[in-house]
Design a protein around this ligand. Structure first.
Ligand code: 13P
Length: 250
């Protein structure tokens, strides 16, 4: 439906000194990709990543940004700084930032608005905990996260957003959602977007699955109608594994 995008989320892994060579490896391993290929790296790795990706098919993303333009925000990084470096994508609202860095649906919305206003493509993460899934409130929670994330965003801008469905219980656990579980929620997200905007906008949005997606289980997930790509943690740290996932996305 949306454009196929496979994005790596390196999280707090890899050194600036190993980034250039690794991104070059990704470029080589994913030559001929039929989808968009993105590496989202720690802030300190962005410059060498962009240098290595220059003139290639690989795009570079950050893992976070601040919603203000500038000012007294020690340790923060603005959208303008990312754009100035040559960053194209930015992950917003990852469950790890929601859990450890006080990220809320409100700050997620402010960050999406800021990213879009500066021409960055937001990869917005939503997802339920195991307790929420077992309580049968997965779609209620996802609906709240999506509605709050997209508050005040026009249909034209909404179509540029990437949504990543990442069930918290599947992240870094080796426990993947089944193909059907992932498809059910991703399809549900598309329905919510269709209700908020219209069918054409909902179809234009790239909806990724994330959570222990790897070289072995990617094909089944990516074959689903409403799964337009993946947000890959652990498996994005090894170029051959990442390339296998990229090759499955077409
Ligand atoms: P893993 O692929 O390591 O489970 O991480 C998924 C994720 O959180 C991507 O943002």
């Amino acid at each position: 439906m949306g454009k196929y995008i496979i994005a790596g989320n390196w999280k707090m892994n890899k050194l600036p000194s190993e980034t250039y060579d690794f991104v070059k490896e990704v470029v080589e391993a994913t030559k001929g990709a039929e989808c968009e290929v993105v590496c989202c790296t720690p802030y300190v790795c962005l410059a060498p990543a962009i240098e290595a990706a220059k003139g290639t098919h690989v795009k570079i993303g950050a893992e976070n940004l601040h919603f203000e333009d500038s000012g007294a925000f020690t340790g923060e990084v603005s959208a303008d700084m990312l754009v100035d470096l040559g960053v194209d994508y930015v992950i917003i609202g990852h469950s790890e930032r929601r859990a450890y860095n006080n990220e809320t649906d409100e700050t997620v919305n402010k960050k999406i608005v800021k990213a879009l206003s500066k021409g960055l493509i937001p990869i917005v993460c939503v997802g339920e905990s195991l307790e929420e899934r077992e309580a049968g409130i997965t779609m209620d929670l996802i609906a709240i996260q999506i509605k709050k994330a997209f508050a005040g965003i026009t249909a034209e801008d909404a179509a540029k957003v990437v949504v990543a469905y990442e069930p918290i219980w599947a992240i870094g656990t080796g426990k993947t959602a089944t193909d059907d579980q992932a498809e059910e929620v991703c399809g549900g997200i598309r329905n919510i977007l269709a209700a908020l905007y219209d069918d054409a906008t909902a179809k234009a949005v790239t909806i990724q699955y994330g959570g222990s997606m790897n070289a072995k289980n990617c094909a089944g997930l990516l074959a689903k109608a409403n799964i337009d790509g993946g947000l890959i943690g652990g498996a994005s740290l090894k170029a051959p594994d990442f390339a296998t996932i990229v090759a499955a996305a077409k």
